[in-house]
Ligand binder design. Structure first.
Ligand SMILES: [Zn+2]
Length: 336
């Protein structure tokens, strides 16, 4: 009897917990999104640069900081981090200078955005205002902003990642783009398990960098996130494959496709659930090679940290998206 009661209790806790957690997180998230949007809109007002450029830079940097240990954690609503020597000016003897006058004499980026007479690199308004003025000094149109980004980051990959986010934010007009979908429809017949790190024989000794979702030929493959199609085409191992870059700098890799959905092109914005192709067995040979293994979707995830990119295990994420989608479907059914 006692086991039964504790079992029931455990089930209750498990069943109730996710909803309370989601509820709390949702309202907290909305607040922070509102705060951020307010800052971006202020920057837009003073610079005439559309808010989504600031949103894209901020989102890029927030995610870089999350995965890098050499950068301090963000304290305010913004993720943008300006290095002391850039903020104060490279020749400034005081890298912690907060005097707007001396900073500007030394060619620093730091400015006073909130009118308190101090250029504080930890103050959100000062930071966004300084970035806005820096970008504006190049111009306010897309081409000049691209040059400004290149001058600031000196890395074309970073510029591409930021411009991808510009496109996404511009299209949806919101910062709330956290939804995900499972890569194949839940009603389809599929199986997958955690095979991260397993040895793979094909193409020499390699580690398995992903999760294989086994399903029939032609089962739709869907975008799992809001993102940009960064790559589409043939690869000797992956066959017909697509790579999607999401707003968290994560690259989602879909391989061994049977083919692509009509109209899917590089540079296109996608959203969770959008069909991008179908399950196949292409790969391990020249273009068109297929059938060397049972049909499945190879799903990989890679993270960019501002210098380089590494793969990580997609399995826990797939499990989570699958569970979230099931909960959503159940809710939709209950409301009908
Ligand atoms: Zn695989």
């Amino acid at each position: 009897m006692r086991t039964f009661v504790s079992l029931v209790l455990t089930c209750l806790i498990v069943a109730v917990a996710p909803f309370t957690v989601f509820g709390k997180e949702a309202s907290k998230d909305e607040d922070i999104y509102e705060q951020r949007m307010e800052l971006y809109k202020k920057a837009e007002a003073v610079s005439l640069i559309p808010w989504y450029y600031f949103a894209a830079i901020d989102q890029y940097e927030r995610n870089i900081r999350l995965v890098r240990r050499d950068l301090p954690k963000a304290k305010g609503a913004l993720g943008i981090y300006v290095k002391p020597e850039i903020w104060a000016g490279p020749l400034n003897k005081n890298p912690n200078d907060t005097n707007p006058l001396t900073i500007s004499q030394f060619g620093g980026l730091g400015m006073d955005g909130n009118g308190d007479g101090v250029a504080d690199p930890t103050n959100d308004e000062d930071v966004i205002f300084s970035i806005a003025r820096f970008l504006q000094s190049y111009g306010t149109d897309h081409e000049h902003l691209k040059i400004a980004l290149w001058e600031y980051y000196q890395r074309s990959k970073t510029v591409d990642l930021i411009l991808g986010k510009v496109k996404i934010y511009k299209k949806y007009g919101t910062l709330q783009l956290d939804n995900h979908a499972f890569p194949v429809p839940l009603r389809a017949n599929y199986t997958y398990k955690d095979t991260w790190g397993d040895a793979r024989g094909w193409g020499g000794r390699r580690m398995h960098e992903g999760t294989d979702i086994f399903a029939d030929y032609g089962v739709p493959v869907r975008a799992t996130c809001y993102g940009i199609i960064e790559l589409k085409g043939w690869n000797k191992y992956g066959g017909w494959r697509i790579g999607i870059r999401d707003i968290n700098n994560t690259y989602h890799y879909f391989a061994h496709l049977n083919g692509f959905a009509a109209g899917i092109e590089e540079g296109q914005v996608v959203e969770p659930g959008m069909v991008i192709g179908s399950v196949g067995s292409s790969g391990y040979g020249p273009p068109g090679t297929a059938g060397k293994f049972p049909p499945h979707l190879h799903y990989g995830m890679y993270k960019d940290n501002g210098y380089t990119e590494w793969s990580f295990d997609p399995y826990p994420h797939l499990k989570m998206w699958e569970r979230m989608e099931k909960i959503k479907q159940r809710k939709q059914r209950d409301h009908k």
